[in-house]
Design a protein around this ligand. Structure first.
Ligand code: PGA
Length: 256
């Protein structure tokens, strides 16, 4: 399986800044066959960047989309409209869930809509600090997986990526703590076990599982060597070109 390094730019960079960043990033990026480099710029930058991007080197992701293809949904953008611009869509990021009130049901519909439109969903799951403190982590992870994948068939599941992002480890939460590789390993085991229950052992092995939460060049290697991890979802560090390329370098070293 490839290693996925996904940069989530969140609400940062205007169109010009995004274009300059992309130019610099892909200029020095080798054409890695076994590493899939993906960036998720702001929605307004997707169209121009889709013309600029060298798809042999990297791919684009959207940070969100709405599950209906068209209709009276003021302010929304559909997966159908993103087709041709991006290859991936981040779905159910904790900021969508906690700031914008997206619930598990909506996340499930979005995953289905992505697949219907032949885009790869990156389904984000993860417990909050208080859920962990109350011993609810396993239930939260299982519930988020079950509802996120509710409409995903066995034929479709290997098109889905899962990103485990403990909310308490995301750098912008203010008091973020680093997740230890052991803590990550425990949850990845649970995720893989749940996927095996849903789709069978063999199919589950083909599903990519990413980790995200304060990933930096200095800790990327430790997370990438957690058993069952196939990549990283990087927020803050993906905004700094050197840090992002260093993380890609680490992935390359771990792979070889
Ligand atoms: P972070 O963000 O790397 O800044 O912690 C990760 C994310 O929110 O996807």
């Amino acid at each position: 399986m490839k290693t996925y390094i996904v940069g989530n730019w969140k609400l940062n960079f205007n169109v010009g800044e995004s274009s300059i960043y992309l130019h610099k990033l892909q200029k020095n990026l080798p054409n890695y066959r076994d590493i899939e480099v993906v960036v998720a710029p702001s929605l307004v930058a997707l169209q121009p960047l889709s013309l600029q991007i060298d798809r042999h080197k990297m791919k684009l992701a959207a940070q969100n989309a709405f599950y209906r293809d068209y209709g009276a949904f003021t302010g929304e953008v559909s997966f159908a409209q993103l087709k041709g611009l991006v290859d991936y869509v981040i779905i159910g990021h904790s900021e969508r869930r906690h700031i914008f009130g997206e619930d598990d049901k909506m996340v499930g519909k979005k995953v289905a809509a992505a697949l219907r439109n032949k885009l790869t969903p990156i389904l984000c799951i993860g417990e909050t600090e208080s859920e962990r403190a109350f011993g609810e982590t396993a239930d939260v992870i299982r519930d988020q997986l079950l509802s996120g994948l509710r409409d995903v068939s066995e034929e479709e599941i290997d098109e889905v990526l899962i990103a485990y992002e403990p909310v308490w480890a995301i750098s912008t939460t203010g008091h973020a703590k680093l997740a230890s590789p052991d803590e990550v390993a425990e949850i990845v085991k649970l995720i893989r076990g749940t996927l095996a229950d849903l789709y069978g052992e063999k199919t589950a092995e083909k599903i990519g599982v990413l980790f995200g939460g304060s990933v930096k060049p200095s800790n990327a290697g430790a997370y990438l060597t957690v058993p069952g991890i196939n990549g990283l979802l990087v927020g803050g560090a993906s905004l700094i070109l050197n840090e992002f390329t260093d993380i890609i370098d680490v992935a390359k070293r771990v792979k070889s």
